[in-house]
Design a protein around this ligand. Structure first.
Ligand code: NAD
Length: 356
């Protein structure tokens, strides 16, 4: 089906990734094209015109263009809710950048507006389709690690600058990168959250956080600890995954392989061994699990996972609009991510564990 895209905010993401995808990817949707732009800056509107698009200097005119059926909202975070609701009310589907909103209440308003208008709201949580994360997900889903009880997820995303350095814009590394890494964990564990504990610190970025850790405990007791920071992290693995059958690590973002050390065979053994009491040594039966650990470099049995958000997410968005698919990034997941972020800010302020 024909889809023409309007952009609200047309710089890094809007004028970069979202523009390129709609322009180049016939495999995502056979009749998809960028059409028009509204950006508050003249320079970005000029860029749009140079690229052959229509540029508007006010939102209402963009929303009145009937040829546009889908709008991308790619502005600083504090405008997402208002702009998304206006676009939905104007009869457009919306692809809203992450973080979906500045609070769970704002996201609820956006979801309610989508439901009232019958238009679709997509949250662009693209990094759950990063190859490093997909490796981890595949290894877990194919049972190679057994039941997973702990994941460490770390990333150094660079210092905060521009609008990302202001709190009222929704700045800070936690909103910038934390939201991606949390979304990955929500998607992976797919179970209710029990509690959140966080330490969000500002080292070098003025008023916003730039060294932040959140520990999420899920209902089963499994834990995910996410650390994002602006400046250096000591040499680290992007992922460390601990399961009952083994451990897996992926050393870098966009990695196409990871290492898995897991037991292919394990059995309980009983031996007589020396133990001690007040009379000295004596013989006692011990029991322990003997494992046959093997080191495997993934992917040895998995499909190649290209770093291609369009293939997985953009295609799903337009397939959903055309009635041929279900949203991969659900509203419920997006809400859980924002509730975790909200709880993390509260936990960091109070030093307490926040129960969900
Ligand atoms: N999903 C990802 O991987 C990813 C990556 C980077 C950024 N983002 C998200 O994309 C959004 C934009 O980030 P960016 O890096 O493109 O920022 P940016 O600063 O490069 O671009 C934002 C644009 O929005 C315009 N703008 C500001 N207020 C506006 C308003 N009220 N109406 C219309 N235009 C307005 C600015 O003039 C600017 O051109 C943010 O929400 C950010 O979190 C997502």
């Amino acid at each position: 089906m024909k889809h023409r895209i309007g952009y609200i905010g047309y710089a890094g993401m809007g004028g970069g990734y979202h523009y390129e995808v709609a322009k180049d990817r016939a495999d995502v949707c056979d009749d998809l094209a960028p059409l028009a732009v509204y950006d508050v800056r003249q320079c970005q509107r000029d860029l749009a015109v140079e690229r052959g698009l229509i540029a508007y200097d006010n939102l209402e005119d963009l929303l009145a263009n009937d040829e546009i059926d889908t709008v991308v909202v790619a502005t600083p975070n504090q405008f997402h809710c208002e702009l998304t609701c206006k676009a939905l009310r104007a009869g457009k589907h919306v692809i809203c950048e992450k973080p979906a909103a500045m609070s769970p209440a704002e996201l609820q308003t956006m979801i309610d507006t989508a439901n009232e208008t019958g238009k679709l709201l997509f949250i662009h949580q693209n990094r759950r389709f990063d190859s490093d994360f997909m490796l981890v997900k595949h290894a877990i889903e194919t049972g190679r690690l057994g039941k997973v009880y702990n994941i460490e997820s770390k990333f150094c995303g660079g210092l905060m600058s521009g609008w990302r350095s202001f709190k009222d814009h929704g700045g800070g590394i936690f909103y910038d990168w934390g939201v991606h890494l949390i979304d990955q964990m929500v998607y992976l564990f797919n179970e209710p959250v029990k509690s959140v504990y966080a330490d969000l610190r500002c080292e070098k970025s003025g008023e916003v956080d730039d060294r932040s850790t959140v520990e999420i405990t899920f209902a089963s007791g499994a834990k995910a600890r996410v650390t994002v920071c602006g400046s250096f992290l000591a040499p680290y693995n992007r992922f460390e995954v601990y399961g009952e059958k083994g451990v897996m690590w992926v050393d870098d973002i966009y990695a196409e392989s990871g290492t898995l050390r897991a037991s292919t065979k394990s059995e309980w053994k009983s031996n007589m061994t020396t133990a001690y009491n007040e009379n000295g040594p004596y013989e006692r039966e011990e029991r322990h699990l003997e494992e046959d650990l093997s080191r495997v470099t993934l992917p040895d049995d998995m499909p190649t996972l290209p770093q291609d958000w369009a293939k997985y997410l953009y295609k799903n968005i337009f397939d959903t609009i055309d009635g041929n698919a279900e949203m991969i990034v659900t509203h419920e997941q997006a809400m859980t991510v924002l509730r975790i972020i909200d709880a993390a800010f509260k936990s960091s302020e109070t030093g307490k564990i926040i129960e969900f």
